[in-house]
Design a binder for this molecule. Sequence first.
Ligand code: DX5
Ligand code: ZN
Length: 216
Amino acid sequence: MSALVAPSVLASDFANLQKEIEMINESQADYIHVDIMDGVFVPNISFGLPVTEAINRHAKKPLDVHLMIVNPDQYLSAFKNAGASVISVHLEACNHLHRTLQAIKELGCQAGVALNPHTSVELLKDVIKEIDMVIIMSVNPGFGGQKFIEQTYTKVRRLKEIIDEAGASTKIEIDGGVNLENAPKLVKAGADVLVAGSFVFNAKDPIATIAGLKKN
Ligand code: DX5
Ligand code: ZN
């Protein structure tokens, strides 16, 4: 079984975005991970709708949009129109998660939920069948290039049990500090999709690095 890989453009060279997207198109990547930060939900601002649209104009892989924003409901259709295939909201930013997931699916997108490192996977039990993808944050969201949190493995194993017990087909995505050392352990624990930002874009050969991550 091979892992699905989602390079995060947050770590790419924004002055050469077209070239970076073309590199991802040529690679074995499965998605393009797009990190949206509002400076409120997380202590950083990345980019928003016009840049997502620009990425989508060149992308040949589905956009996996990770909304690190408050009031995500307000922007779901705008991100769908900007090209999102998967839209993930943070559980911590949603008062009515079930309703938000329905709204994402009504737009024709896959619905994802991201969990901060302190948020228990148990909170997803009653809604797991509605979720196409869970993002387990393996760093505190807001910045690329941070150190992987080791507790993540336990969370992945427990989430996998919850998914299997419910008979759901939810994918588990890991986001933050992913590299070739932790990738095999993550896949063994039950991860399906690996996000990698700095590990891919700081590599001498990003295409080979993506291929290496996929081999897990
Ligand atoms: C962090 C973002 C991540 C980030 C990962 O808030 O959600 O997607 O780009 O970057 P690395 O792989 O460098 O930890
Ligand atoms: Zn992300």
